[in-house]
Design a binder for this molecule. Structure first.
Ligand SMILES: Cc1ncc(COP(=O)(O)O)c(C=O)c1O
Length: 398
């Protein structure tokens, strides 16, 4: 039974969304792996490093000390203190403890923010290419996705001018994900400042998805949250997943005005309640402890990006922008569409998975028709082997 076929039984709102494309790719790859296939996996959006020992130790100690009960919905004061102090130290923001909420991953912070801010018919501006979940979550809230096209020739750059043109009287929010998933594009500090001013003056909420904020290879990480004058209209959406190699822990947060965080707390109190108690202790260790692991990861990601770009450049027909952050490349594969019976990047990704045993994510999941996303936190040997397999497969398409 497909989810669509059951639309008479299930609500209209569940019918408005799809299973996350990256998770769907992971499920298909897992099936093949279970049959014994040796896959090179460029699908996963996560660091390949283990969680640093001091973070794991904090969680183990918390369990040992029986820190295993319910906590305050918004997280214990110490974890909120660690969140606001880290952000203040790195970006000069000035959030108070009751302007922070700890969530079960950054995705919960994003999901709940859109549910409390976006009503039926409200428009949300979303730059393309976008992370798969943004569009679905906006639609689940009843909002209208207003896509903002960017140019590949300009590295998919998002500008304040383009955002200003997309604003209408119905615009309720703007989503800004810099560095971005999937293209690794970074909003310049000047554009960011102008976008913050624009949002604040027009009373539009600016949702700053800072999941990759520390993986900015273009320069010093910047946060829109540092523009304290606009706090009323800013929601910083943070995640420990990628920064500290903690994807499975489910640790994220939001920083926003008291009014926003109170409503986030209200919604969370009626769904998941607090994020896992001992994960809060691990998050404190991550945020308040040494940040050396963050810069080590960053250095290694830059090196892996360069390695991946060099290998990709060896495949005739593929072109690729140079990502300035996050840990994905977003090559243009349009030269291969129309060959070997392949019409879409979804078909190309499926054929690559089944015939070359390489796992990409199709660009259609990110709102573009000519790209695939390859996640490069893997070993250099895996990059070499995966790109070799891709090159061989594509060459055979003729
Ligand atoms: C742009 C973006 N935002 C948010 C998230 C959510 O991360 P998490 O829920 O693991 O904190 C992801 C994960 O892939 C992402 O790519």
């Amino acid at each position: 039974m497909t989810t669509g076929a059951s639309s008479q039984v299930f609500t209209g709102r569940i019918g408005r969304i799809e299973v996350s494309a990256t998770l769907a790719v992971a499920a298909e790859a897992a099936k093949l792996r279970a049959q014994g296939a040796n896959l090179v996996d460029f699908g996963a959006g996560e660091p390949h490093f283990p969680t640093p020992p001091h973070i794991k130790d904090a969680a183990i100690a918390a369990i040992g000390a029986d820190f295993t009960r319910y906590t305050m919905v918004q997280g214990i004061p110490d974890v909120r203190k660690a969140i606001v102090e880290r952000h203040a130290a790195d970006f000069g923001s000035d959030y108070a403890l009751d302007e922070a909420i700890f969530t079960t991953g950054g995705k919960q912070a994003l999901f709940n923010t859109l549910q409390i801010l976006v009503d039926h018919g409200d428009e949300v501006i979303l730059p393309v290419p976008y992370w798969v979940s943004f569009a679905d979550i906006i639609q689940y809230a009843g909002g209208k996705v207003v896509l903002l096209q960017t140019k590949e020739a300009e590295n998919f750059r998002i500008t304040a001018d383009a955002i200003e043109k997309a604003i209408t009287p119905k615009t309720k929010a703007i989503i800004l994900n810099s560095p971005s998933n999937p293209a690794g594009s970074v909003v310049s500090a000047e554009d960011l400042e102008r976008i913050v001013h624009l949002a604040h003056e027009r009373k539009i909420f600016l949702l700053l998805d800072e999941c990759y904020v520390y993986l900015n290879y273009a320069g010093k990480p910047v946060s829109g949250g540092s523009f304290t004058f606009a706090k009323e209209h800013l929601v910083v959406l943070g995640s420990l997943s990628k920064t500290y190699a903690m994807t499975g822990w489910r640790a994220g947060f939001a920083l926003a005005s008291k009014a926003v965080t109170a409503n986030l707390g209200k919604l969370q109190s009626q769904s998941t309640s607090n994020a896992t108690s001992f994960v809060q202790k691990a998050a404190i260790a991550a945020l308040a402890g040494s940040q050396e692991c963050v810069s080590e990861f960053r250095t290694e990601f830059i090196s892996l990006r360069d390695h991946m770009l060099a290998r990709l450049a060896e495949i005739p027909g593929i072109t690729c922008t140079r990502p300035e952050g996050a840990f994905y490349v977003y090559p243009n594969v349009s030269a291969f569409l129309g060959r070997g019976g392949i019409k879409t990047t979804t078909e190309l990704a499926t054929r690559l998975l089944h015939e070359a045993h390489v796992v990409p994510v199709p660009g259609e999941a990110f709102g573009t028709a000519e790209h695939i996303r390859l996640s490069y936190p893997v070993t250099r040997q895996n990059i070499d082997e995966g790109i070799r397999r891709m090159g061989e497969f594509l060459a055979k398409l003729g």
